[in-house]
Design a protein around this ligand. Structure first.
Ligand code: ZN
Length: 262
């Protein structure tokens, strides 16, 4: 977490300088596009694969792939057209993520909290929803606009920085920023739809977040620090249950009954 914090700070400073330069050069502030974020995310994912321990536990990989495939088959275009890439990292950390460009990373440590396929489908559905709802992109562009506004209203300095560099910095920042509360809540709702439509039991989402809450009392974990599991989160999920159960029943009736074995 410390590293992430420094990366965030460094990227924020560089981004502020780049936005400053663009504004002072009289350029209209370019906003990052999804494809820029995807390029940066492809790079980050390749780096993680090289630096982290990739799991060679055949059964865990098959289990995680089975759940991911079922969820991904519920996506709409353009996300259903992407070639999604699922990687399993051998680590005690309780963590999972999805990145623009179609990358999913699951740390084996999360299997101790997500006790069954429905609970893990809750996590993967939630992470994939952050991507399909373009949360990282919205976040970075809001940040750029805010910074440009601050700069436009302050003192004038000289500077020259390429627009491309600004976008690349913005994309880096977009990948390192934690999501906001509203985005978390949106990912919960959309993710629950994905997992239920794939035939996973949405009632298990409640148990998952209860397990997360229990774990967070024992010590810090990457996923828990960005995904606080409080009563609000669980209450919101309970409110979504009737419509999610409807999707689940339809999926089951239509023969979508995933059996992913741990
Ligand atoms: Zn989230």
């Amino acid at each position: 977490m410390r590293n992430l914090f420094y990366m965030l700070m460094r990227n924020s400073v560089v981004l502020a300088l780049a936005v400053l330069a663009a504004v002072l050069n009289g350029c209209a502030l370019p906003l990052a596009s999804e494809s820029e974020l995807e390029t940066e995310s492809d790079r980050e994912f390749a780096k993680m694969r090289a630096q982290l321990v990739v799991s060679n536990d055949v059964q865990a990989r098959a289990y995680i792939n089975c759940i991911s495939t079922a969820i991904l088959s519920e996506l709409e275009r353009p996300y259903s057209d992407k070639e999604w890439d699922v990687e399993v990292f051998e680590s005690e950390d309780i963590n999972a993520f999805a990145m623009p460009g179609g990358h999913i990373g699951v740390y084996t440590g999360i299997l101790k909290v997500a006790e069954n396929q429905d609970q893990l489908a809750t996590v993967i559905g939630h992470e994939v929803a952050h991507v399909t709802r373009q949360h990282a992109l919205n976040r970075v562009n809001r940040e750029m606009t805010t910074q440009a506004g601050v700069i436009a209203g302050s003192a004038v300095l000289g500077g020259g920085q390429a627009t491309g560099q600004l976008l690349s910095m913005g994309a880096k920042l977009g990948l390192s920023l934690p999501y906001g509360r509203a985005q978390e809540s949106d990912a919960d709702v959309v993710g629950l739809k994905y997992m239920a439509a794939a035939g996973f039991n949405p009632q298990q989402s409640i148990q998952l977040w209860k397990n997360m809450a229990k774990k967070s009392k024992l010590g810090p974990a990457p996923f828990l620090s960005t995904h606080p599991s409080g009563d609000t989160r669980i209450q919101e999920l309970i409110e979504q249950l009737p419509s999610a159960l409807k999707l689940y029943n339809e999926a089951q009736a239509g023969g979508k009954k995933p059996v992913c074995q741990q």
